[in-house]
Design a protein around this ligand. Structure first.
Ligand SMILES: Nc1ncnc2c1ncn2[C@@H]1O[C@H](COP(=O)(O)OP(=O)(O)OP(=O)(O)O)[C@@H](O)[C@H]1O
Ligand SMILES: [Mg+2]
Length: 442
């Protein structure tokens, strides 16, 4: 899957790019307008200059002793001329020229009005019935420089605008998404099983419906899980009661029946009923393990649960049960207390049923939420060991059972994200069986 794009990055880049493009278009338009206006201003200056100089030049030439002689106008002070001029007669003879004027840049024959050569803009005017012409030239480079400098002045702000726009959008989006980020944190920090509504302060209007929808969904999920939980619990209860009363009836029948075939048949029925009761119990446990309510809304302390289950089982056990607990106040895990009890019960019952009765069963819980149940007994071959957690899979044990205990334990472990491992022989021992469950500490 493609990684999700950041809104901040998208908006920052998009807006900056948009602003830059608009700015460039505006600069281009402004450049064209400025160039047009500059040309008009320069042309008018050129025309003005020609018409100012021409009468003076004519006066000067007419008053000369030798009007046809060329004369350079000496400059008062050394300087570079932007405007140069040439005064010629109608035969093309130069009568007067400004001190920097280069005759090569002027038209061979003066043409009245404006003309443009490759390098210069020229303006020509005439006097004395078109016998004296003045032509004033201005380098085009001068105009280009003016236009270029204006455009540059318009472009320069972009250098500042781009980083400012990026930073501004980044900050603004971050500020606007503050409540969304808080909402994300609220979801991230809550427990995996917590289905209470998420409280979000003032989300943006676009996201608020989403938060409402999530809360509705969680509410529905919560109701479905509650219904499922109560259904499993009720069914177990409903089944248990008639089974127990039938069993009691059969036991009474057996006691009252005379010795003989009836007595034997009653005993068979009793055994079958016990098996049925056990199987229905295990099926209920499996149903619960497969349901969705394995995670608790708040982390549960495993220590009191463990002590309670072990104490309960000790009463019926023929084998001593050793319990080893960490020196800690609490071991917190997000697991439904009933689910934990079912898992633990199955593991300890197995150790009691299938393990050697000569040695104690060791139950331990570490501070890192590692649960271990170890018992002595014959080694289980590796090929069988790998299959024990399958449904209705039984080992070489003589004890009664349906082969569902480890399947239930595995399903619960998977449902709460714990890992379940079997080892035979038990680590550090010559024989026996060890089960370890590593829960995720809350
Ligand atoms: N602690 C143990 N020591 C030795 N063998 C075990 C132990 N736990 C399980 N086994 C082997 O794994 C098999 C499967 O165990 P599982 O709990 O799934 O079924 P079960 O105990 O036979 O029946 P059920 O639990 O449904 O009453 C058992 O039949 C037994 O051979
Ligand atoms: Mg079992």
């Amino acid at each position: 899957m493609k990684p999700a794009a950041s809104l901040q990055k998208r908006l920052g880049l998009g807006l900056t790019l948009g602003i830059s493009v608009l700015w460039l278009i505006a600069t281009a338009i402004a450049g064209v307008v400025v160039q047009h206006e500059l040309n008009e201003a320069f042309d008018s200056a050129l025309e003005e200059t020609a018409q100012r100089i021409l009468p003076l030049a004519v006066l000067e030439i007419v008053n000369r002793e030798e009007p046809r002689a060329l004369q350079h106008i000496a400059s008062l002070q050394a300087h570079n001329e932007y405007l140069t001029y040439l005064v010629r007669d109608n035969h093309g003879n130069t009568l007067l020229q400004s001190h920097d004027a280069d005759p090569a840049i002027f038209n061979a024959q003066p043409l009245e009005g404006f003309t443009t050569s490759a390098t210069h803009r020229l303006y020509a005017a005439s006097a004395l019935r078109e016998t004296v012409f003045i032509e004033v030239a201005e380098p085009l480079a001068h105009r280009r420089e003016a236009a270029w400098e204006t455009s540059l002045a318009l472009l320069l702000p972009l250098l500042l605008l781009i980083p400012l726009s990026l930073l501004g959008t980044w900050l603004w989006v971050r500020l606007s998404l503050r409540t969304v980020l808080a909402y994300r944190r609220a979801i991230e920090t809550r427990g995996a099983g917590d289905l209470s509504p998420i409280k979000a302060a003032q989300l943006p209007a676009e996201i608020n419906p989403l938060a409402d929808a999530v809360n509705h969904l969680m509410e529905r999920l919560r109701r479905a899980l509650d219904a499922e939980r109560s259904f499993t619990a009720n069914s177990a209860h409903e089944l248990r009661t008639p089974l127990a009363s039938t069993l009691a009836q059969v036991q009474r029948l057996r006691r009252e029946a005379p010795d003989g075939p009836l007595q034997e048949r009653a005993a068979q029925i009793e055994t079958s009923l016990r098996e049925l009761a056990r199987l229905s119990e295990k099926l209920m446990q499996l149903a619960k393990a497969e349901g969705g309510g394995l995670l608790s809304e708040t982390p549960q302390d495993l220590l009191p649960l463990l002590v309670h289950v072990v104490d309960d089982l000790r009463r019926t056990a023929d084998v001593p049960l050793h319990l080893q607990l960490p020196r800690m106040e609490a071991v917190l895990v997000t697991i439904d207390p009933d689910a934990f009890a079912i898992l633990l019960r199955n593991l300890i019952e197995n150790a009691m049923k299938h393990g050697a009765s000569s040695q104690a069963i060791e139950v331990s819980l570490s501070s890192t939420a590692l649960l271990r149940v170890v018992n002595a007994g014959p080694v289980v071959p590796p090929a069988l060991l790998a299959q024990l957690s399958g449904r209705f899979v039984r080992g070489n044990s003589q004890a009664e059972g349906s082969g569902l205990g480890l399947a239930i334990a595995k399903t619960i472990a998977q449902g709460v994200g714990a890992s379940l491992l079997f080892a035979s022989p038990a680590p550090g021992k010559p024989d026996g069986f060890a089960v370890s469950v590593q829960f995720l500490p809350a």
